[in-house]
Design a protein around this ligand. Structure first.
Ligand code: TTP
Ligand code: CA
Length: 370
């Protein structure tokens, strides 16, 4: 079989770069995109920052107050997240990337895998031209830079896209795998976070070549069968996972039958709450957020009615969704005095992925479901 050619694309400092484009006067200075918790004017965490801010040590996950301290002497801009903006830029870029691949898999708001084995005829020199062409198109159309990795599988392509950031392109063909991995830290392997890294350190493993020295049985004993096998293969740059065209769902719903026909809200409420809870858990498991919430009422004459509401901002928070379904149900009952309900349901729509961070975790958990 001809060797596969996989491209991984990761958009650079994505939210902050979108903000720079929306307001070019902030470009060239530190930009910090914040998730304000609302408690005090500074409470919350940094979602991401541009590379100017990173020079001061400001990065995703640190407290906004800390970022302000680090950037005290600079003319930094602090902005709240504008998810709608990032979603629309991302959507347009993903459409371009999808168009230029044999097979396409979006794995986050700012990252995707493209299988270009056929398009490149299995040739890495052609794949590099495709990669550079994609960079040009994305920049020309959206003014967004990205980093690209090209390799025989998804694992290596992802490690490669992270190799030269920002605005880099790294090609690793099958002959270059060993030399590429040599000396790289184990945490370059997707899914190797702090915990695994610390545990590996107890075995004197810090780099990927150190990891190659561990035997598969010992790895499985220490990390469990799945993770142990993954680490063993990853250290050798092996990965067979196909690039999957899995379009994300845009809505999800759940319907149940009431114990008896009723229009008594006190009777309906706990059942509605249960439905809301289980569907919200599913939404959270998929690491998605929803824009709109609907209730569905199926009456004793089997007619179906829905009531919907668009949330102020997309969420997967149980409290917000629960309040919304309760409210919609009350309004429905108030506006239809004669009806008796037989079945009720809820629908969450306008779904999107919750963040780049969680997608890396989901990438990992799809390999190692708990
Ligand atoms: P990343 O790709 O991890 O980061 P980035 O695009 O900002 O920077 P880089 O140039 O290093 O790729 O995440 C993509 C987006 O996801 C990011 O712009 C903001 C969001 N995000 C969060 O909201 N919280 C987080 O903790 C992380 C890591 C990302
Ligand atoms: Ca990114």
């Amino acid at each position: 079989m001809a060797q596969r050619v996989i491209i991984h694309i990761d958009l650079d400092y994505f939210y902050a770069q979108c903000e720079e484009n929306a307001n070019p006067s902030i470009r060239g200075k530190p930009v910090v995109v914040c998730v304000y918790s609302g408690r005090t004017s500074d409470s919350g965490v940094v979602s991401t920052s541009n590379y100017e801010a990173r020079k001061y040590g400001v990065k995703a996950g640190i407290a906004i107050a800390t970022a302000k301290r680090l950037l005290e002497s600079s003319d930094a801009t602090f902005l709240p997240m504008n998810r709608q903006l990032y979603e629309s830029v991302s959507g347009r870029i993903m459409d371009v990337l999808r168009d230029h691949s044999d097979n396409f898999e979006r794995t986050g708001i700012d990252e995707a895998y493209l299988d270009v084995s056929e398009k490149s005829n299995g040739r890495y020199d052609i794949a590099k031209l495709i990669g550079n062409n994609l960079k040009e198109i994305v920049f020309h159309q959206e003014h967004i830079t990205c980093s690209i990795g090209i390799a025989p599988n998804k694992l290596l392509a992802k490690i490669a896209s992270d190799h030269r950031k920002p605005n880099g392109i790294t090609v690793v063909d099958s002959e270059q795998i060993q030399s590429f991995l040599k000396g790289q830290a184990v945490n370059r392997i997707p899914g190797v976070g702090k915990k695994v890294e610390e545990k590996l350190r107890t075995f004197n493993v810090q780099t990927i070549d150190d990891l190659v020295r561990l035997n598969p049985v010992g790895l499985q004993e220490s990390f469990g069968k799945k993770l142990g096998t993954y680490l063993f293969l990853a250290a050798r740059g092996e990965d067979e996972e196909p690039v999957q065209n899995r379009e994300l769902p845009t809505q999800m719903s759940r319907i149940g039958t009431l114990k008896e026909n009723t229009r008594d809200f006190n009777f309906i409420q706990p059942f509605l709450r249960e439905l809301t809870q289980s569907l919200t858990e599913k939404l959270q498991d998929e690491e998605m957020i929803c824009k709109s919430v609907s209730i569905i009422a199926i009456l004793n004459n089997l007619t179906i009615h829905t009531r919907s509401r668009t949330l102020e901002s997309p969420t997967n928070e149980l409290r917000t969704i629960d309040e919304c379904t309760q409210q919609l149900m009350k309004e429905f009952l108030d506006s239809t005095p004669e009806t008796m309900l037989r079945r009720i349901g809820i629908k969450l729509s306008g779904l999107s992925k919750s963040s780049g961070q969680t997608n890396i975790e989901s990438f990992f958990s799809t390999r190692f479901p708990q």
